[in-house]
Ligand binder design. Sequence first.
Ligand code: KIV
Ligand code: ZN
Length: 525
Amino acid sequence: MTETSKQDRVLIFDTTLRDGEQSPGATMSHNEKLEIAGMLDAMGVDIIEAGFPIASEGDFEAVSDIAKNAKNSVICGLARANAKDIDRCWEAVKHAPQGRIHTFIGTSPLHRDITALSMDEMANQIHETVSHARNLCDNVQWSPMDAIRTEHDYLCRVVEIAIKAGATTINIPDTVGYTIPRESADIIRMLLERVPGADDVIFATHCHNDLGMATANALAAVEAGARQIECTINGLGERAGNTALEEVVMALKVRHDVMPYDTGIDTTKIMGISRRVSQVSGFPVQFNKAIVGKNAFAHESGIHQDGMLKNKETFEIMRPQDVGLSGTSLPLGKHSGRAALRAKLDEMGYPMADNQLKDVFVRFKDLADRKKEVFDDDLIALLRDAGAADQNERIKVKFLRVICGTEAPQSADLTLEVDGVDKQITCQGDGPVDATFTAIKAIFPTTARLQLYQVHAVTEGTDAQATVSVRLEEDGKIVTGQSSDTDTVVASAKAYVNALNRLLVRREKSAPDADVKTVKYTDAV
Ligand code: KIV
Ligand code: ZN
């Protein structure tokens, strides 16, 4: 790489598996994390933040296994500002061809208050912890959490300390999504100008989306000199999420004329990974989401359709193919064979091994018998259900019949298989879904609270599949289950059971207070 091209290259740091997984309800299984990491590596992500190794045994194992399987990406783990966290992080990332320790501490007045450290005490701690990390690993990233609300003089001081202690990347997080593009750029410019040694490290930008400006703020930071963007697939992340990988990458590609920076991302893999992350995290992508939303390339009005037929560039600034869509969406039907299904799945970015295809084909035939046309989105929903069935499910829906209509009471006759044993019950409720959920709770009692119940149609028509999302909360642990079926009540029952299965996995995997969502950042500071 020449000096000039190095200046124009922006590194993509994906934190879907760490910051993204911190979204309430977005818990992924071990295998799902490995699969997503493999996809990120294959699409050209420079650095994958694979998790928070001290947070739980499960997180440690996930980061270690991702590190062992890494091909091209640097594998990074998160650590608070203490030796125990940093040692544990190194134990996990050291298996990667290239590992990185990412250590952080909150530097704004609000965070200094919580840790009860004076400015000088915190400065010392930064020096000690970054030096400790650098003694273990020559690739160290340091973040002053809530950098945007940190006094500028103090921010310059602590960044200088971290650089002197051996940090190779300095990440500037807008932890609460508070900044605006001009300020985001000014802070990077100030650090580059004022901090001795700033030219020898890479500055990163990490933006949250609380005011809907995460992507704009990240790009402004790049224009000011940041050369690493931290982001997640579909913008997953705490609260309103993070900068979305697909947005910054496509913005840099489409507006290369005014932002002449390159990433190493193969953009044709964007749609496939977006769909897979949506499936495994249980977070549907909003229809009008930039780049990856269902409507991002749809044209409804006559004027737009007419323009598109004459010249696609009239209403499209990028081609669907650029992000991995075929551009056409011909439905399959009940006469479609295995070869047609395989070709369609290949084209959609889901290549299947023979044994996987066998299972998916059976499900496809079952759906095609009930539904006239099977669209891409129907297939995606079907794949999600096939994936869910793969994960050792302790509870399964075996039989459901509901009586509903204008005459109360509505009732549900339900059989669940729990750990291989069939259990049957009939319950009444205020509507068919309430009766069904009451029956599930009667067979498998928990203290889990239903936080969210959401239904949306996958495709059009009265025979459309309904995708149902169910979010449960138990002792601060939040899980989301999803399922799809042409019968909304069946989809609801399966989504509830899917959430319960995920809850059981989380109960097993995380000891109390040892979970990425419950671990406190002041512990052992
Ligand atoms: O938002 C944030 O500040 C973070 C840090 C841990 C980098 O995610
Ligand atoms: Zn963050």
